[in-house]
Design a protein around this ligand. Structure first.
Ligand SMILES: Nc1ncnc2c1ncn2[C@@H]1O[C@H](COP(=O)(O)OP(=O)(O)O)[C@@H](O)[C@H]1O
Ligand SMILES: [Mg+2]
Length: 263
């Protein structure tokens, strides 16, 4: 492995019946970078990111984390190894408390003499929520009563608590309010400053060019190319995404806040 490759995926394949979601996809994420992953709907972005985060398994391929073979059987194991994901879809369970969702898979931390200390777990949840600037959600709240965005904040609290080396953000930034995005961008920045990395997934070209140090393009489940900053151009990225030259107005640009406003 090259010295600054924090995470490597090699020759990843994944099919769902006749659908080839990923075919021979490789990707490297360097220490300290925000690595963008872009592609049209259905190009395989979420499949790749959830495989890295242990949510599902590849059919074949190899992954390395910090130069060592990386295999995980579920997302809690990935979190334990230092890889967290902010899922595109709902990432919390409705029939559980906020605290149970934050510490899912790691409840053992709060067990003393064989008994789970619910109050210690609630206290730890409130502490981490306060730390990320969220006061209106408490560890004892029922997730079911919370909005999609509030439930995303719970996932952010989980990430803040576990302080992963690799933080994967799958398309959720546009679902967050301004405050939520501020928290998210702050957490992304912290990862890179601490020598970790972010895999930032979006289909929004402007957002991804603004945030990312390199961008990998997927098309129809295949790796197309990884671009460095000096190669960034919306027309090239669009062309790589769709596989042909297309007109200027094909993509809507509906991403407004800029990085500077939050950092
Ligand atoms: N659980 C699943 N079952 C069946 N097909 C799936 C499943 N997950 C993804 N796919 C299919 O795999 C392809 C890639 O999907 P996905 O990774 O979600 O793309 P993206 O995130 O880039 O929009 C799509 O054709 C999608 O319909
Ligand atoms: Mg997706």
């Amino acid at each position: 492995m090259s010295q600054d490759n924090l995470f490597e995926a090699h020759n990843i394949y994944k099919s769902f019946g006749a659908t080839k979601a990923l075919a021979d996809v490789s990707l490297t994420i360097r220490s300290g970078e925000i690595h963008g992953l872009i592609g049209e709907n259905g190009s395989g972005k979420s499949t790749l990111s959830t495989i890295i985060a242990g949510v599902q398994k590849s059919d074949s391929g190899q992954m390395l984390f910090k130069g060592l073979d990386y295999t995980v059987s579920d997302s809690a194991e990935a979190v334990g190894k230092g890889i967290c994901i902010l899922l595109q879809e709902q990432g919390t369970f409705a029939n559980m408390s906020v605290a149970e969702n934050i510490f899912i898979g790691s409840e053992k931390m709060f067990v003393k003499n064989g008994v789970l200390s619910v109050s210690a777990m609630m206290k730890a949840a409130d502490k981490v929520l306060n730390e990320i600037g969220v006061q209106h959600i408490r560890g004892s709240d029922d997730c079911e009563s919370l909005s999609f965005e509030d439930r995303k904040l719970i996932e952010l609290a989980r990430t803040a608590y576990f302080d992963p080396s690799v933080f994967i953000v799958d398309e959720t930034s546009t679902a967050l309010s301004r405050k939520g995005r501020g928290i998210l961008y702050g957490m992304m920045k912290k990862r890179t400053e601490q020598g970790g990395a972010v895999l930032f997934i979006s289909h929004d070209i402007d957002e991804i060019m603004e945030f990312c140090d390199r961008i990998t393009v997927l098309r129809d489940g295949c790796f197309v190319r990884t671009l460095v900053k000096s190669e960034y151009a919306p027309s090239l990225i669009k062309q790589l995404m769709v596989g042909r030259e297309i007109g200027e107005h094909y993509y809507r640009n509906d991403f407004t806040p800029t990085m500077e406003e939050h950092w």
